[in-house]
Design a protein around this ligand. Structure first.
Ligand SMILES: [Zn+2]
Length: 233
């Protein structure tokens, strides 16, 4: 048997094995809410990086994400420093600023009665909570920060959903949080994509169809209805 065929057999065997069982089946209603009280927008928060085998995780698989089998084992939400973070579900605080979990400079772990735990990383300051304290779904529990502690380089919330108490498994938060993930992914992050004129949305959306510039000619992109909306950093 060729090595290729053997590895194919190994793949079939792995596919036949049961995956880690989640505390809840994925067909159930998502038990959690988004970690923000405000709706998404360029001045509040946007989806920054999803959970899983992202390009960012692949590039950093042997440094930042080695403990997580090379995957981005949480979900990032781009948000200006100081954006209020809410508890995704009712629960009890288990750890405040335990940097063994990573996501400096400040973080928070909450255990939920359904067997999951939620973890909030790169917080602006030590949350004003104690281990053992009960929190309610939607309660403001922390303020978002920046891992570089500048609030200008890459401010975001890193959110993980793990198994409560043991914390040795990380789950994809998307199926566990009630949200319009398709729209959030379509809107995208605070990245550097092309600005869109919503009255002519297909104009200049590709690398090769950007217009030439005539110096001191009239403004090309002074349109009234841009996406993302106009905002200043
Ligand atoms: Zn992250």
């Amino acid at each position: 048997m060729s090595a290729k065929f053997l590895s194919f057999l190994t793949l079939l065997l792995l596919l036949a094995l049961p995956a880690h069982a989640s505390p809840l089946a994925q067909s159930d209603t998502p038990p959690f809410i988004l970690p923000f009280a405000d709706p998404p927008s360029p001045s509040t928060w946007l989806l920054g990086q999803t959970y899983g085998n992202t390009t960012g995780a692949y590039v950093n698989r042997i440094n930042f994400y080695q403990a997580g089998q090379g995957l981005h084992f949480g979900m990032d939400f781009s948000a200006p420093c100081g954006t209020p973070i809410v508890a995704v579900g009712d629960g009890v605080v288990t750890y405040v600023d335990n940097l063994g979990f990573g996501s400096a400079p400040h973080n928070l772990m909450i255990d939920h009665p359904n067997g999951y735990a939620s973890f909030y990383g790169h917080l602006l300051e030590t949350p004003n909570l104690q281990a053992g304290q009960a929190v309610q779904q939607g309660q403001t529990i922390a303020l978002s920060g920046d891992p570089d502690e500048t609030c200008t380089s890459r401010p975001h919330l890193h959110l993980e959903i793990r198994n409560a108490a043991a914390y040795n498994l990380a789950y994809n938060p998307a199926p566990l949080i009630h949200a319009d993930w398709d729209s959030l992914a379509l809107i995208g992050s605070f990245g550097t994509g092309f600005s869109r004129d919503l009255s002519n949305p297909r104009q200049w959306q590709f690398l090769a169809d950007q217009p030439d510039v005539q110096f001191w000619g009239p403004m090309l992109n002074d349109y009234a209805n841009p996406w993302p909306p106009e905002w200043t950093r």
